[in-house]
Ligand binder design. Structure first.
Ligand SMILES: *Cc1c(COP(=O)(O)O)cnc(C)c1O
Ligand SMILES: [Zn+2]
Length: 398
């Protein structure tokens, strides 16, 4: 076997997540179009052409791109980067004491470009889109994905169209506009924005960057899994709490863990994955409880944690699969609990985090109370974004 080729991607093909049919990585692909697979997401598959060892990680690159051989971009010059990833894994000692646990960490994604972990997914997807010759992108968004796509499109010299619920806080709209995107507002939730995007794109003029309808945002998000492992000396925690909207981070980290097992970087013991949702929009919880067959008809309400207002997640089956395989579960919290948690984390840890991330602390307390978590377990909260973009929407609560 040859030794590492630091800047050679081992991406081989895209695989239908339902039937495993292969799709080309040299052509523009969205989701699976196999007859019986009901528009399943496509998943990037890597063939190990050469040995990629932990010691070959490009540690001089303090971004998510340090794992290049396990990322989908072929030509390094296609990379569109603003310095995303390699975010800190912070100890939460005061918060841990407050809720009575012994090992509490937070992966703090608020430091990413545009203030959320959406930067990882969009940096990856826009880089790949650039490589495939795409010039115009469209995205339905609850806010943060739109901001990130606008930024990376600007950097890549591409056109961006962003479709947001009209009730989205002004800052998210302004962010996209400043970054040169066309902003279209729709009365409703992100699912209604997705319909609008489809209607605008009947001619196929735009490339649709929707969560999991585009295969490579997942590859950006999965780098959080690689980073958590590397930052913990290749010993994964017992539990990860993740605020779940479309679920890309959850699915992505689980994918990363399996890739790292195959690479021989970690052992088989994987964390339980806990999906946290807002009570205002809890489609995964309803399916998990068996109250509905799936979330296709679920109707949610808006929440302060706007990234969680995803009533009909396209990757629902994959989210549920991660929860089952990891022996995880779903926990839901109210907006009131979310606000209290924003305050608690800010006051005790000096971090003004996004309501989506704060939902995890509320969920942590519930999980301890319900015996889902044990105080001695090593727990990671995945804070997905900065609270600074939400100051206006939270201002009534101060
Ligand atoms: C988008 C978003 C989420 C949800 O992420 P998914 O990958 O869609 O599950 C959580 N938090 C914030 C801040 C977000 O912007
Ligand atoms: Zn298929």
């Amino acid at each position: 076997m040859q030794t590492v080729k630091e800047k050679i991607s081992q991406l081989s093909f895209l695989k239908c997540s339902q039937c495993e049919k292969a799709y080309s990585v040299d052509e523009i692909n969205t989701f699976a179009s196999c007859e019986s697979c009901d528009k399943s997401p496509l998943i990037a598959h890597y063939e190990f052409l050469f040995e990629f060892n932990k010691k070959d990680i490009d540690t001089a690159d303090r971004s998510m791109w340090r794992y290049f051989p396990m990322l989908p971009v072929f030509d390094p010059s296609s990379i569109v980067t603003l310095g995303e990833g390699w975010t800190p894994l912070l100890t939460m000692d005061r918060l841990a004491k407050e809720c009575g646990v012994n090992h509490l960490l937070m992966k703090d994604e608020s430091l990413n470009p545009t203030g959320s972990f959406k930067a990882r997914g969009l940096s990856m997807a826009i880089s790949k889109a650039k490589e495939l010759g795409i010039k115009k992108c469209i995205i339905p968004t609850a806010g943060n994905a739109g901001g990130a796509m606008s930024a990376y499109c600007a950097k890549a010299g591409m056109e961006a169209t962003v479709i947001m619920p009209s009730h989205t806080p002004k800052i998210f709209k302004d962010e996209c506009a400043w970054l040169g995107a066309e902003v279209i507002l729709v009365d409703g939730l992100i699912s209604d924005c997705a319909k609008k995007a489809a209607a605008l794109n009947q001619e196929g003029e735009y490339f649709d960057m929707s969560t999991l309808k585009e295969p490579y945002r997942l590859e950006g998000k999965k780098t959080m899994g690689y980073e958590i492992a590397e930052q913990l000396g290749w010993e994964l925690p017992d539990v990860i709490l993740y605020p779940t909207g479309g679920g890309t981070g959850l699915i992505g980290m689980w994918k990363a863990f399996h890739e790292m097992i195959e690479l021989g970087w970690i052992k088989n013991k994987l964390p339980r994955m806990i999906a946290v949702q807002s009570k205002n929009c809890q489609p995964i919880m309803e399916t998990w409880l068996g109250n509905q067959e799936n979330a296709k008809q679920y109707g949610g309400k808006a929440t302060l944690a706007s990234g969680l207002a995803v009533p009909n997640p396209f990757g629902e089956k994959l989210i549920l699969k991660v929860l089952r395989e990891s022996r995880g579960t779903v926990v839901t919290v109210s907006d009131q609990e979310i606000i209290q948690s924003v305050r608690k984390v800010a006051k005790l840890e000096g971090l003004l985090i996004a309501p989506e991330g704060a939902a995890l602390y509320a969920a942590l307390i519930k999980s301890l109370r319900d015996g889902i978590l044990h105080p001695d377990e090593r727990i990671v909260l995945l804070n997905t974004g900065s609270g600074y973009k939400y100051l206006e929407s939270m201002s009534r609560e101060i």
